[in-house]
Design a binder for this molecule. Sequence first.
Ligand code: ADP
Length: 334
Amino acid sequence: ARVVDPGGDDEERRIESALRPRRLIDFPGQPRVRDQLGLVLEAAKRRGTPPDHVLLSGPPGLGKTTLAMIVATELEQPIRITSGPAIQHAGDLAAVLSSLAEGEVLFLDEIHRMARPAEEMLYLAMEDFRVDVIVGKGPGATAIPLELPPFTVVGATTRAGLLPAPLRDRFGFTGHLDYYTADDLTTILTRNATLLGVEATPQGISEIAGRSRGTPRIANRLLRRVRDFAQVHGKGVVDHPAAMSALSLFDVDDRGLDRLDRGVLEALCRRFGGGPVGLSTLAVAVGEEADTVETVAEPYLVREGYMLRTPRGRVAAPLAWTHLGLTPPAGGGT
Ligand code: ADP
């Protein structure tokens, strides 16, 4: 597992849950989404009706689950949590929907991975608060309409573009989460150091914030590694020397790139003269699956301007050369 992987496994999610902000007012960053969502929720509360369904989109680790839980807390309603991959049949969804209480929040993580028949059932349920329960099999099967109490769906997706338009249209409010600024990450890390009961200096926090790829999940994870380092090798304080040593131990460089990211850039520049080179050739050169290079390393490298994806293949940007301390070939390199 990479220390800079923005995804989290179950164990990590359990550790994280202690660090989640519970109220909108305690949620740093994403000012637009926070203000817009705050308004939607406040208005619904004043009217005494459930708010519009909420869709949260954006890369992993930016706070979609956290915001879904905040929606429920702010509405003072219970939350039911499930995910697209867990709903493989319409019946799975029917079971969840038919057991919802009035006003309850249904969080559907990775909603773009739900099975198609379930998706269709969800449109109807979101729009008309009704599901058709199929009783029996074959030609004798009948659909019995079942009224549902009003509820709120909070959907989360890393790929809003993959949602079929009819489903996207059922969400009255869509919030797109973006990468966090270093200042926001500093706020988050400072608060979390306190929650973890560890002393931290502003220099230590700032070093971690600068290497966290704009992602709170990565920031939290690096904080825990620096804390470990400080407790084993230092005075137990998350300070600048501890951050420098721990991050170097875990191969996270000063721009938040790890061994895989740098391996991709090294191969691209040194072996292929800056490209263009095909994804699979590049992957073989770094000894990884093409899929790993494409989904794990590339998005951040492209976003930060280290490399470009062109129709002819991957190409190193000038920043890749300078980051590796190399001189781009005459004539550009892009
Ligand atoms: P997602 O669902 O988008 O993958 P999560 O909501 O699970 O992301 O967030 C991942 C981790 O980052 C959690 O530990 C959460 O507490 C933390 N986190 C995310 N956004 C924020 C934020 N704005 N403030 C503080 N912590 C945050």
